[in-house]
Write a protein that binds this ligand. Structure first.
Ligand code: ADP
Length: 633
């Protein structure tokens, strides 16, 4: 018993699981955000860049490419003469700036032509950029060979994530300045915007440089004009006027002229020329993707890890899986939208990885807990079964042992009452009280015995073909004494019925209980009506009284064991609350049912409906036997 109490009182220590969960989320989160997950994170970054709607263009950039058509037309790379003619045409259209992404000193031409080009390029409007950075402790690039030595060349390096970050060779960043020396893109953007770009959104430090992420447009967004067309004057001046002209190569001959981008890891995903247009536009529009603060990532990941742990521990596995899939989808959706519409980069890799790790760690944890819990339940169950058995045995023993002395008391009281020797009035009343009390006790003991038989599933139907009207008459007769005492009138309307298979003994107990209740709960001189009829293959027996009735809130419970209605409890009528429970059980054993209709102060009607073809026979395969006895044969 003590063992059972201990087991029942043992409250599961839920808080321990939560402490484990919070600690786990805290540690995992701290590890995850410090893990080198750049490669996976960059995959999610590339996916965001590729799938978002293309950002707007500043419209201030026009690219010009030395393309395959140019090579075909000139039979080779354009020489200095071609460049001089190209510049003449171009300058006529009044661009705001021209950027040479080509090294002029590498062009072929005579000494005079070279000098001429150097003079032309020396204009304030033309910038020469090199894919290079000033050396250590230098702020400028080394001068070009003579006669270009006086041209100011500016750094315009191309970054590739080869040995840092994702290490996949993809271009995602650009350099703002190195060793304090700004790149041509920043210088040009400042000139175009006529303002100093002190801080570019998303700017971060790397070694001695300041860098930022490129606000990429899909490859092919900046459609270049062909160098050959420009040289021949075949262009619309409107496309040039007031714009920055970037001149570069797009011949698909040299891989150095191309970069891999978030859109494709192909080595010729985008030309360096178009990349420069993207970088310049990023600066002109001050739209560089920014990483959210690390604290934000920490908090969001922590919340998601805690949610995952909660879902795994608290929700059913299938529902949990759906909830977590939804959670991951919503998180991905939000991160994507925040990037697409606000250019903010929320870390995805550590969060999603954390979600998977916590899921796979806590699923076995939950299994262990559940296993332990079901073991505890099993133990509790075992003990409860033992207690139940003990209780039934005790009840049976007690009622058996009470039965014999009770019968003896009853017999003796009867003997005294029926003795010829006269008793004083006092003695007579006392003996009559002994008799009725022992009768009541006998009934109670009988009910308890029945209850324990029901609970140990010992009640078996003993079916015999009987006329139910005879059983009813017998019950009414037995209750006559009681009804007479209360000056009650019992009327009967019994329709002639065919005999059918019933357990006479059990149904007698049912009707006795219903009739005794009708008598018990009726006022003096009340009327009771007992009817029987056959309808649709059922026999319906009704016992109606004009008694106290049952309050509506009690009605759903009166067939429960030991239940007594409020008004019955307040009255002087004694009872155990077992009669209706037993009656219902016995009627249902016959595959019938019992109903009640009752109004307080007006009376109650109990109806017992019994099927005439007893299903117990059909179930046992004795269909023919049932048919032989059936009134329909
Ligand atoms: P009891 O021994 O208390 O009569 P029963 O199980 O036979 O136990 O009935 C359960 C309860 O249903 C009763 O206590 C009483 O509240 C209510 N009840 C049953 N029959 C009647 C009736 N004919 N009139 C009013 N109340 C009734």
């Amino acid at each position: 018993m003590l063992k059972l109490k201990a087991l029942l009182n043992k409250k599961s220590k839920n808080w321990i699981h939560w402490v484990v969960g919070i600690l786990f989320a805290f540690i995992l989160n701290s590890i995850l955000l410090n893990l080198p997950l750049d490669y996976f994170e960059s995959l999610t970054y590339d996916w965001r860049v590729s799938l978002r709607p293309t950002p707007t263009l500043s419209g201030k950039i026009q690219t010009v490419a030395i393309d395959n058509r140019t090579l075909k037309e000139f039979g080779n790379e354009p020489n200095i003469k071609d460049h001089l003619e190209f510049l003449e045409q171009l300058l006529k259209a009044q661009p705001s700036y021209i950027v040479y992404l080509i090294d002029p000193s590498s062009l072929l031409g005579s000494k005079e032509e070279k000098q001429k080009l150097a003079d032309k390029l020396n204009s304030a409007q033309i910038l020469i950029s090199q894919d290079n950075l000033p050396g250590a402790e230098q702020t400028e690039l080394p001068p070009l060979p003579i006669p270009f030595q006086n041209l100011k060349t500016l750094p315009g390096p191309t970054t590739r994530d080869k040995i840092i970050y994702a290490r996949d060779g993809v271009t995602r960043r650009f350099i703002i300045s190195s060793n304090g020396a700004p790149t041509y893109q920043v210088i040009l953007a400042e000139k175009m915007l006529s303002e100093k770009l002190t801080e570019i959104p998303g700017e971060f430090e790397f070694l001695d440089s300041k860098q930022a992420y490129i606000d990429f447009h899909k490859p092919g967004t900046y459609l270049p004009l062909s160098f050959s067309d420009l040289k021949s004057g075949l262009f619309n001046a409107e496309n040039i006027k007031g714009k920055v002209i970037l001149l570069g190569r797009e011949t698909k001959e040299k891989s150095l002229d191309y970069v891999s981008t978030p859109f494709s890891k192909d080595v010729i995903s985008m030309s360096v020329l178009e990349l420069n247009a993207n970088i310049l536009d990023t600066l002109l529009q001050k739209r560089s993707p920014q990483k959210v603060a690390p604290a934000f990532n920490w908090v969001v990941t922590f919340i998601i890890l805690l949610t995952t742990i909660y879902v795994v521990l608290k929700i059913s596995p299938l529902k949990g899986l759906i909830v977590l899939t939804l959670l991951a989808t919503v998180y991905i959706g939000i991160s994507f939208s925040v990037f697409a519409f606000f250019n903010y980069w929320i870390a995805m890799a550590p969060t999603l990885l954390g979600l998977f790790i916590s899921y796979y760690f806590f699923i076995p944890y939950r299994l262990v807990l559940e296993n332990r819990r079901s073991w505890e339940y099993l133990q509790k169950n075992k003990l409860l079964v033992q207690v139940e058995e003990l209780k039934s045995n005790f009840l049976r023993m007690m009622s058996h042992d009470l039965k014999t002395p009770l019968a003896r008391i009853q017999g003796m009281a009867h003997l005294i009452i029926s003795d010829h020797n006269p008793l004083s009035e006092k003695q007579k009343t006392a003996v009559e009280n002994i008799y009725s009390s022992s009768e009541e006790l006998t009934q109670f003991v009988g009910s308890i015995l029945n209850l324990s038989r029901i609970e140990s599933k010992e009640v078996k139907l003993q079916l015999k073909s009987r006329d139910i009207n005879l059983v009813l008459k017998e019950v009414i007769q037995k209750c006559e004494d009681l009804s007479r005492k209360n000056r009650l009138e019992i009327r009967t309307e019994l329709e002639p019925l065919f005999s059918f298979k019933i357990d006479e003994n059990l149904l007698r107990q049912v009707f006795t209980n219903l009739l005794e209740n009708a008598i018990k709960y009726s006022p003096v001189e009340g009327k009771i009506l007992v009817t029987s009829e056959e309808s649709n293959g059922n026999v319906i027996i009704q016992i109606s009284d004009q008694g106290m009735g049952i309050p509506e809130p009690d009605l759903p419970f009166i067939f429960d064991r030991f239940y007594r209605s409020k008004n019955a409890l307040q009255s002087e009528v004694s009872g155990s609350g077992l009669g209706l429970y037993l009656s219902k059980y016995f009627v249902e054993l016959h595959h019938g049912h019992i109903e009640v209709e009752s109004f307080v102060g007006k009376g109650s009607t109990f109806s017992v409906v019994l099927p005439m073809i007893n299903k117990n026979y059909l179930e046992k395969g004795k269909t023919s036997a049932a048919r032989e006895d059936s009134p329909y044969v």
